[in-house]
Design a protein around this ligand. Structure first.
Ligand code: SF4
Length: 339
C-alpha cells in the first residue's frame, strides 16, 4: 500500500516573487474564501490535523509554504509531528534557516530540502524576484554544511533546483556545490505550470544545448565522485534521462507537456493531502495552478479521515483532470549523493 503523505503549508507568506509561482501567489493574495483568516496556520488547527492524519495512517509530513522558516510555530509543529511518529521534511528557500538549524535538529526533523536556483546573483534574481534571497540561500548552504559536520547523524540535506531557460547551464556548478558541501542528494524539478511561462521555459534549442553541453559535464562530475557502483550507475542513468526523447518528445518537453491528455498516472490523488493555512485541503499539487475550488475540501468542520475518504476527493481520483497534461509530478529527478 502506498505511504500516505501530507504537505502542510504552514504559511502563505513568502518574500520571493518567483515567476513559476505566480499562479499560487496571485491566488493567495486574492484571499479567496478558502484562505480566510490568517496567512499562518493556526497552531491548534495544525495539531488537530497532525493528530487526525496520524490516526488515518499518514506517515510523512512535508512542511512548506510560503516560506516555512518565517512561520512562528515551526519548531512546535516539528516536535508535535515527531511525537506522532511522522517522518518530517522541511522545504525551504533558506531565509531564516541558519537561526533555526540547531533547534530543528533537536526537534527531530528528518530532512531539509533547500532550494537554490543559481550561483549567479542576477540569474537568481530572475527566478526569485528578490535580491536579498541569494545571500540568504548561500548562508543557508554554509550553515547546513557546518551543522552536518558537527552532527553527522542529523537530518539529511537535499539541494533542490528547477531547470529553466535562464539557469540550466548552472546545473554542473550546483551539483558540485552539493557534493562539496556533503548534501545527501541533489534534486531537480521540471517547471510546473511551464506553458504559461515561455520566458523561463526551456525551448527545443535549450534542450538540445542541455543534451550536448550540460549532461556530459554532469556525467563527468558524477563519474569522479566516490559512490558505490550501484549508486553511481543509478545516478548516471538518471542524468541521461533529462529531457529524454525516450520519455517524451522534445517538442512536448519544450511546451511543458508531460503527459497525454486525460492521463493521471502519478499516484498522488488518494494518497496525498495538500493543506493550506486556512484549513482548506486539496488532493494534489495541480490545484495550486488551476484553483478548481469545487473539488477542494476543508478540514475546519471535518476530520482528516473524512476529507481523504470523502466524496469530493474520491470523485477527483476518478476525474480526468486537464492540468495533468502540464504536471511534472513523477518526473522530477533525484541524485543520491550519500556515500
Ligand atoms: S495534476 Fe494530475 S499528475 Fe499532477 S499531481 Fe495532480 S493528479 Fe497527479
Amino acid at each position: 500500500m502506498p505511504e500516505l503523505k501530507i504537505n502542510l503549508k504552514v504559511t502563505n507568506r513568502c518574500m520571493g516573487r518567483c515567476p513559476g509561482c505566480d499562479a499560487r501567489i496571485s491566488w493567495y493574495r486574492a484571499k479567496p474564501k478558502e484562505f480566510e483568516g490568517s496567512s499562518d496556520l493556526d497552531l491548534d488547527l495544525a495539531k488537530r490535523i497532525i493528530s487526525e492524519a496520524s490516526e488515518s495512517g499518514f506517515k510523512k509530513i512535508v512542511l512548506s509554504g510560503g516560506e516555512p522558516t518565517s512561520y512562528p510555530y515551526l519548531l512546535d509543529i516539528v516536535r508535535f509531528a515527531k511525537a506522532h511518529n511522522f517522518i518530517v521534511k522541511l522545504n525551504t528557500n533558506g531565509w531564516s534557516l541558519p537561526n533555526l538549524i540547531d533547534d530543528l535538529h533537536h526537534a527531530g526533523l528528518d530532512s531539509i530540502a533547500l532550494s537554490l536556483y543559481s550561483l549567479d546573483r542576477s540569474t537568481y534574481f530572475l527566478l526569485r524576484g528578490h535580491y536579498g534571497m541569494f545571500a540568504r540561500a548561500l548562508k543557508a548552504v554554509d550553515s547546513l554544511s557546518v551543522h552536518r559536520k558537527i552532527y553527522p547523524d542529523t537530518f539529511s540535506a537535499i539541494l533542490q533546483t528547477i531547470i529553466t531557460k535562464v539557469n540550466f547551464r548552472d546545473l554542473p556548478r550546483l551539483l558540485k556545490l552539493a557534493i562539496e558541501n556533503k548534501f545527501s542528494a541533489f534534486a531537480t524539478s521540471y517547471l510546473e505550470d511551464a506553458y504559461r511561462h515561455p520566458e523561463i521555459q526551456m525551448s527545443t534549442q535549450d534542450i538540445h544545448a542541455f543534451h550536448e553541453d550540460v549532461i556530459p559535464e554532469l556525467l563527468s562530475i558524477m563519474d569522479s565522485y566516490p559512490l558505490t557502483p550501484s549508486a553511481r550507475q543509478r545516478n548516471m542513468k538518471t542524468l541521461q534521462s533529462y529531457f529524454s526523447p525516450e520519455i517524451n518528445t522534445i517538442k512536448n518537453w519544450a511546451q511543458g507537456i508531460y503527459r497525454p491528455l486525460g492521463q493521471s498516472d502519478c499516484g498522488q490523488p488518494g494518497n496525498f493531502l495538500l493543506m493550506y493555512p486556512g484549513g482548506a485541503a486539496a488532493p494534489c499539487y495541480g490545484f495550486e495552478y488551476t484553483h478548481v475550488k469545487d473539488l477542494m475540501d476543508t478540514t475546519l468542520d471535518k476530520a482528516i479521515g473524512d476529507v481523504i475518504n470523502g466524496g469530493k476527493f474520491r470523485a477527483f481520483t476518478k476525474t480526468s483532470f486537464d492540468f495533468c497534461h502540464y504536471c511534472p509530478i513523477g518526473f522530477h529527478l533525484w541524485l543520491d549523493l550519500s556515500q
